[in-house]
Ligand binder design. Structure first.
Ligand code: S3P
Length: 428
């Protein structure tokens, strides 16, 4: 993919549905009673892997554009898959559905691509084992996972890492256990699961960072709308902030407070951002975001804030290089076990465009006011790395190239096309 520098990023866009919410709606709909109709379902390959996974488990799924209809058969409606369940590139899918599979009266095997096959699964294996499940993994920690389902019992579990995927896995297992499952979080992670379970009729209470779910609820199929993905919007927000003369409106974006730390950070760093038409749909906040290019101060991202905007760090690192004071990111060791080691892949690509960056075990420091040279970037097969450096290329001094650009389709197949639609005539 060749990306030329842009003069401005302007216009109005509606981005595809949120990946995190789509996965959850599909899985919960598959164990609810009766049909669920999900509008604006994520177009990304990851969320398609989830639809195929529930199909493999005997649940009918129909797709009509971005509207998905799932004919749930209740908590006991799955049948054993005849082959392996393929989670593709998706950490969310393998970790979340494992909670459901651990409670089935049959054995399942979940596989993934090369990247997923190197990602840690102990974090879900250990609470599921406490609930009574038996799971085998390569080297006792990596996919493929063989899950011998059984009747689970409820647990009171304190998450050792801040992970919404692990929290969700335990809560999904808890749906099948008699009694109350309790999950305690070190810091508040995205709460889409709690909101969605409540929407489908579960009895779930949240107090501070303690979630209590009553087992064996009757979940009922529903009609739902997935908001546009704020983590996809992040690429457009940074593009508009970075390219002078930009003025962009993103419509119907998910603004759940456990996801919107990105906006708080950008505002604190001097961004021009306005949220309009805020409303609540299916328990999730949705609104339009208006952004204009503005000088960004930079700053420090650390502690709880890092966890809350972990997926947006690659593109924020790009913005950091153009900021006035630079950007320091700490407490981000989780980035090393994402689709790639995102500390290493971000720093490598920054250096390719002549931007200095210092790597730490738990983050990086990118000094400000740096010039972006045109370069050949590598996605390393990671969707967010491909998109982050496509955004960097907009502000470079010539034509850049992204190798492995197609990785963007994991979360956002129409990314380059939509970017093309809002960029103005290229700079000379
Ligand atoms: C996600 C949680 C985060 C995030 C991922 C999606 C989710 O991962 O990075 O892209 O949908 O729950 P962790 O749970 O590993 O923090």
């Amino acid at each position: 993919m060749i990306i030329r520098p842009a003069n401005s990023i302007s216009g109005s866009l509606t981005l595809p549905g949120d990946k995190s919410i789509s996965h959850r709606y599909a899985i919960i709909a598959s164990i609810a009673e009766g049909p669920s109709i999900i509008h604006n379902y994520s177009t990304g390959a990851d969320c398609h892997s989830t639809l195929n996974a529930v199909r493999a488990l005997g649940i009918p799924v129909a797709e009509d554009g971005t509207t998905v209809t799932i004919q749930g058969k209740g908590l006991d409606g799955y049948s054993a898959s005849t082959g392996d369940i393929d989670a593709g590139n998706s950490g969310s899918l393998i970790r979340m559905i494992s909670g459901v599979l651990a409670a089935q009266p049959f054995t399942s095997r979940i596989i993934g691509d090369e990247s997923l096959s190197g990602r840690p699964m102990q974090r879900i294996m250990s609470p599921l084992a406490e609930m009574g499940a038996r799971i085998e993994a390569r080297e006792n920690q990596f996919p493929p996972l063989t899950i011998h389902g059984t009747a689970l019992h409820p647990i009171d579990y304190t998450l050792p890492v801040a992970s919404a995927q692990v929290k969700t896995c335990v809560l999904f297992g808890g749906l099948f256990a008699n009694g109350a499952t309790v999950v305690r979080e070190p810091v508040r992670s995205r709460d889409h699961t709690e909101i969605a379970l409540r929407e489908f009729g579960a009895d779930i209470a949240v107090s501070q960072r303690v979630i209590t779910l009553q087992g064996r609820p009757s979940l009922v199929g529903r009609e739902l709308l997935v908001p546009a993905d704020l983590s996809s919007a992040a690429f457009f927000l940074v593009a508009a902030l970075l390219v002078p003369g930009s003025d962009l409106v993103l419509r119907g974006v998910g603004l759940n407070p456990t996801r919107s730390a990105l906006l708080d950070f950008l505002l604190s760093a001097g961004a021009y951002l306005k949220v309009l038409n805020l409303e609540q749909v299916n328990g999730e906040m949705i609104g339009d975001i208006h952004v204009r290019s503005a000088p960004i101060r930079g700053g420090v991202i650390e502690k709880d804030v890092t966890a809350a905007l972990i997926d947006e760090i690659p593109v924020l690192a790009v913005l950091g290089g153009a900021s006035e004071e630079g950007l320091t990111i700490r407490d981000a060791q989780e980035l090393r076990v994402k689709e790639t080691d995102r500390i290493a892949t971000v720093v490598e690509n920054l250096r390719r465009m002549g931007v200095q960056a210092e790597e730490f075990p738990d983050g990086m420091r990118i000094p400000g006011r740096q010039r972006f040279r045109a370069a050949t970037f590598d996605s390393f097969g990671d969707h967010r790395i491909a998109m982050a450096f496509a955004v960097a290329a907009l502000a470079a001094d010539g034509e850049s190239r992204i190798e492995g650009a197609e990785a963007a389709a994991v979360s956002f197949p129409s990314f380059y096309e939509l970017l093309d639609g809002v960029r103005s005539a290229d700079a000379a």
